[in-house]
Design a protein around this ligand. Sequence first.
Ligand code: NAP
Length: 272
Amino acid sequence: MTHKVVLVTGGSSGIGSATCRFLHDKGCTVYGTSRKTANGDTLNGIKMLRLDLNDHSTIQKAVAYLIEKEGRLDVLVNNAGVGIAGAVEDTSSEETESVFRTNVFGVLECCRAVIPQMRKQGGGRIINISSIAGEFGLPFRGVYCATKSALDLLSETMRMELSPANIHVSYIQPGDIRTEINTNRIIARRSKSPESPHYKRFQQIYREISEEVSSAKSPETVARTVYEVMNIARPKMRYPTASFIQRLSLTLNRILPKHLFQKMLMRKYPVE
Ligand SMILES: NC(=O)c1ccc[n+]([C@@H]2O[C@H](COP(=O)([O-])OP(=O)(O)OC[C@H]3O[C@@H](n4cnc5c(N)ncnc54)[C@H](OP(=O)(O)O)[C@@H]3O)[C@@H](O)[C@H]2O)c1
């Protein structure tokens, strides 16, 4: 089948917007989502649905609307998500919970909403946008790393559980990608206070993190990977989509003793 029906969560900006455009140009029927649109709106020529990962009723309604219009759903791209920065000790329970609600619980709810339809139609694909940050902890991004790591393991489990139903689950691990994530990232409140023991280092490293994103690859690189995963006969479990150095870091993390790998990370992101 070439003409696929695809749902991309978070189609209003960054990777999601680029993926919607790319898949639309390839002839797919694409639905993006945003918290700020209504079901049936269009944004830059892309059909949009209203979906808030923190409000599960919007997820159910958005999926029901799409299925009523199209009669099927071939691919779910779980892209919507949020970044958070701050030392773990500076991040409150409320801040931690809110990011887990968006990046993990909301994504799982999207999976649960589409799986019955995919079972009914004899198969489908779920592509989760994770991050290379899901494979190892990074200073001042611990909570974000933990949400992506949780997503990776849930994806791996669902891949096994859903394969008998011909539903293929994969995850993509982007490195830094030039999007609005810098603007939309939550900064743990206490990180901004000189009372934090990490205050000075955090300011410096946060600037670096933001600059790395601003000068990174364009989101179309991830869109291209999504298209590949959608169309390959037997998709693999994970697809790193990152610069050479960032892909190398994945390999080094797998082969080096952990203390050596952490030494390298601490050299790049020194903590006092
Ligand atoms: N940029 C990077 O360097 C990078 C690297 C690795 C992984 N990623 C991952 O890639 C995905 C997309 O990020 P991006 O870089 O494209 O960021 P972005 O430009 O900030 O876009 C985020 C998208 O997610 C949606 N969103 C945010 N919170 C939401 C919520 N509670 N409910 C529903 N939708 C929500 C936003 O839609 P509305 O605001 O319109 O609702 C927006 O479309 C994320 O999962 C991110 O973790 C990004």
